[in-house]
Design a protein around this ligand. Sequence first.
Ligand SMILES: Nc1ncnc2c1ncn2[C@@H]1O[C@H](COP(=O)(O)OP(=O)(O)OP(=O)(O)O)[C@@H](O)[C@H]1O
Length: 219
Amino acid sequence: MIRFENVGHRYGMGPEILRDVSFSLPERSFQFLSGPSGAGKTTLLRLLFMSLKPTRGLITIFGKDRSKITRAELPLMRRNIGVVFQDFRLLDHLTTYENVALPLRVRGREEASYRADVIELLKWVGLGERMHVLPPILSGGEKQRAAIARALIEQPRILLADEPTGNVDPQLARRLLRLLIELNRLGTAVMIATHDLGLMDQVDARRMVLSAGRLEIYD
Ligand SMILES: Nc1ncnc2c1ncn2[C@@H]1O[C@H](COP(=O)(O)OP(=O)(O)OP(=O)(O)O)[C@@H](O)[C@H]1O
């Protein structure tokens, strides 16, 4: 589904942050991405989401050469990639329901065509009772689940989550992890970037570890 071959990245004239990174992400796979702070996890996620271009190497995303994907093609390609950012990026003036529905609204879909899907997804992440609340009133864990629902509303083939359990207590972190495992069971590939060793120990999944710009994979 996605392949990196000898990918390197540097910001401007700075040092190479990622070096000779090679891996493939199969359909329906589940993996953790870890490594010390500053190791390049967010950079790797940005390359996957196509918000950065690699400075060298080859990336193939859904069968297409990344270097040949035009700006005009990006929105359509990105519908296959759900992202949960570290800071959630929910819009405070929209309700939870409206935040989750936003990607569809932006695309010009009629509300009647998606309303039931948004409600079902909100119930699935456990926010059925919170859908008319504004994000500033949600708890950290509820915001996290709202961000996950928004990332999933277009039924992406892969979900990328950057430190999804960074701001929640261990019990909530376990619940979120169960949600992501269930999502994976239903067919979506999942990549979780995290420092949290305790979280990784709860699942027997592939570990991709970045250190000093290089990637080691433990299957
Ligand atoms: N836009 C940028 N311009 C220049 N340097 C950057 C930029 N973004 C990140 N870096 C540098 O690239 C390196 C890797 O950063 P990145 O955010 O990918 O690491 P990370 O593993 O996600 O870290 P953390 O776990 O702390 O979030 C760091 O040294 C960082 O300072």
